[in-house]
Design a protein around this ligand. Structure first.
Ligand SMILES: [Zn+2]
Length: 60
């Protein structure tokens, strides 16, 4: 029983550490183009998104 508790505590610790160590991205998906980096124009052409410059990501 104690071994079981130790395993649970270890798992929680690992999850906590991974979350703490994961670098938070400075970039977020572009809201205007949903991260695609382009707009669909009326005739099906792809227009480069001005907000993110075609990368689909913008600085926070
Ligand atoms: Zn965009």
């Amino acid at each position: 029983m104690i071994r079981f508790l130790i395993i649970i505590v270890l798992i929680l610790l690992i999850v906590f550490l991974v979350r703490a160590l994961t670098p938070r991205s400075e970039y977020t998906l572009c809201e205007r183009c949903d991260g695609r980096g382009y707009w669909l124009a009326t005739r099906g052409e792809r227009d480069k998104c001005d907000a993110c410059g075609g990368s689909g990501k913008v600085l926070r």
